[in-house]
Design a protein around this ligand. Sequence first.
Ligand SMILES: [Cu+2]
Length: 317
Amino acid sequence: MRGRLWLGRVLVALPLVAVLALMLATAAEASGSGLNPIVPKGESPNGRHIYNLYLGISVPAILIFLLVEGLLLTVIIRFRRKRQPMDYQPPQWHGHRLLEIVWTAIPLAIVFFIGLFSFFTLQQDNTASASDNPDVDIHVVGHQYGWEYNYPEGFVVASEGLQPTPLVIPTGKLVRLRLDAKDVIHGFWVPELTGKTDLVPGYQNVMWVKVDQPGEWRGECTELCGQGHYTMQIRVKAVSDSDYAAFKRTSLEAKAKAAAPSPSAAPSPSPPAAASPSANPSASPPPSPGAGGNPAPSPTSSGYALKSAGVSSSPTG
Ligand SMILES: [Cu+2]
């Protein structure tokens, strides 16, 4: 009698827990907190393939989980000792060869197919399309703590800090990202576009995106790369062709302006004294990051720069 009451409680609690989990996942999705266990659908075709792979693995896995746990609970509850006669011995099943082969072969086959599908999806989505002729080829360099987007036209967009400068890409075009790192391993991940790829010093990784609609997405470095790791935020902005042309124009203009000698940007005749307390950085204009040069990370009191630097202001409205 008490057992049945306990079983009833479990049966009532299970759907409640499921509903609570669903509510939490929905709230996480709505707030964009990144706590949602469900992978985003992917704005880029390779992102959608990862989403499909995720569903193809997760749905059968959940069904198998429910089957195994259901059988386990049934056996635990139905055949518990209290229900059996005092000297009851359950049937002993040693050496049932066929059964042992079956329960080894089925999981082996499942794991094999998961590996096979994952391998081909990753091959197809990380390298194949990217080694074709891309429409836009951007060289992304990660450093402690920020990003440098080197465009084929010769200008560089630098992004640092919690208000990142966007990586601007055109819609409807195959954009290849060649990934490098200057110091330690970083990771480039914008979950709503596609999967993540590491940036490894001395080794070039490649990824690609192709976005159909204009929009803006956030991401961040996904390798713990040091104290300022959390400041390595990413913004990707997809714009129409005309807006992309305007972005390139303003970026090239900014680069030309930065390269031209101007009295305000005259180099200081005295050697830089970073450690000298008399040097007042606010008295001089900030160095422009244009002309393809990467400004050396300026040590601040907290040990890492929290500023955002970029050759372009927002290219579109
Ligand atoms: Cu990093």
